[in-house]
Design a protein around this ligand. Structure first.
Ligand code: SAH
Length: 259
């Protein structure tokens, strides 16, 4: 069954408007009586039936609630320094599949792409569309948010406050890290929110790594080989989701996840 994400809370009578209504009417050529899965912003899901159409609105009726939380018990954030060309499209799509809650695009010293404000905003809009599509495809109950592009250092200063919140781990995946392997770190950690910072193709400068440490980030190695930026992002999300979340299992409870 196709899935529709609602901006308002799930109710018995549902009115779909805007691009979703257009898509239903003119692309999918939906008819009265057809059933869809509708998911609201809090992740509540129901089966709904189309009851009526007007010029700009599709009306639906809730038929049955569905218990199906496909979202992870850990909150995973990908803070990704901008990679070249269209690689971010791929990274955002995969971050959705791997259960991240948000992607924070960052500008850092070695980023090759330089977007002005307008271009950056346009890119974020494009990535959000990719994320929304991916959420439908992979059956998520919550959408991933793509945040506005920020400067790494400015963002790190804000992240400091975030990291101090109980249960949050701020991890800088650093290609030059020799001491701290991510596996050992994760096995010790009791965090339920993980913010994973990944560098661009050119990596982090030693100054950036030092600054991140001064902001409370823990530098970790993903393994003995240097991974490309997009591989590093996927590997980082995968290992956290495997160790602490629901990758490699079905719907793990929080207790099982913390074992
Ligand atoms: N140009 C750099 C590599 C950058 S790889 C060099 O040759 O040294 C791009 C990003 O992927 C890095 O900044 C880091 O965030 C991540 N990364 C790649 N391999 C890693 C590893 N083995 N451990 C931790 N992070 C890694």
């Amino acid at each position: 069954m196709r899935r529709l994400f609602l901006t308002e809370s799930l109710a018995d009578e549902i009115a779909i408007t805007g691009p979703d209504a257009h898509h239903l009417m003119h692309v999918l050529r939906a008819r009265a009586g057809q059933h869809f899965l509708v998911v609201d912003a809090e992740g509540h899901m129901a089966e709904a039936e189309i009851t009526a159409f007007s010029e700009k609105q599709v009306r639906m009726r809730r038929v049955a609630d569905i218990e199906a939380n496909t979202d992870s018990p850990v909150e995973l954030v990908l803070a990704q320094c901008l990679p070249k060309a269209d690689k971010m499209d791929f990274i955002v799509q995969k971050a959705v599949e791997l259960g991240a809650v948000s992607v924070q695009p960052l500008r850092s010293a070695n980023c090759v792409v330089k977007y002005d404000e307008a271009k950056a905003a346009a890119r974020v809009g494009k990535w959000q569309k990719i994320a929304d599509e991916a959420a439908k495809q992979c059956g998520r109950t919550r959408l991933l948010t793509v945040e506005p592009v920020r400067n790494l250092k400015v963002w790190l200063q804000g992240a400091l406050a975030e990291e101090r919140k109980a249960g949050t781990a701020l991890l800088l995946c650093y290609e030059n890290e020799q001491q701290q392997a991510i596996k050992a770190y994760l096995r010790r950690s009791g965090a339920v929110r993980f913010i994973m910072i990944i560098g661009p193709e050119g990596g982090f400068t030693p100054q950036e790594a030092a600054f991140a440490a001064s902001c409370g980030a823990v530098s970790v190695a993903l393994g003995p080989r240097i991974l490309r930026a997009e591989t590093a992002a996927l590997a980082a999300l995968s290992v956290v989701q495997y160790e602490k979340g629901d990758l490699g299992g079905r719907c793990f409870s929080k207790d099982e996840a913390e074992e």
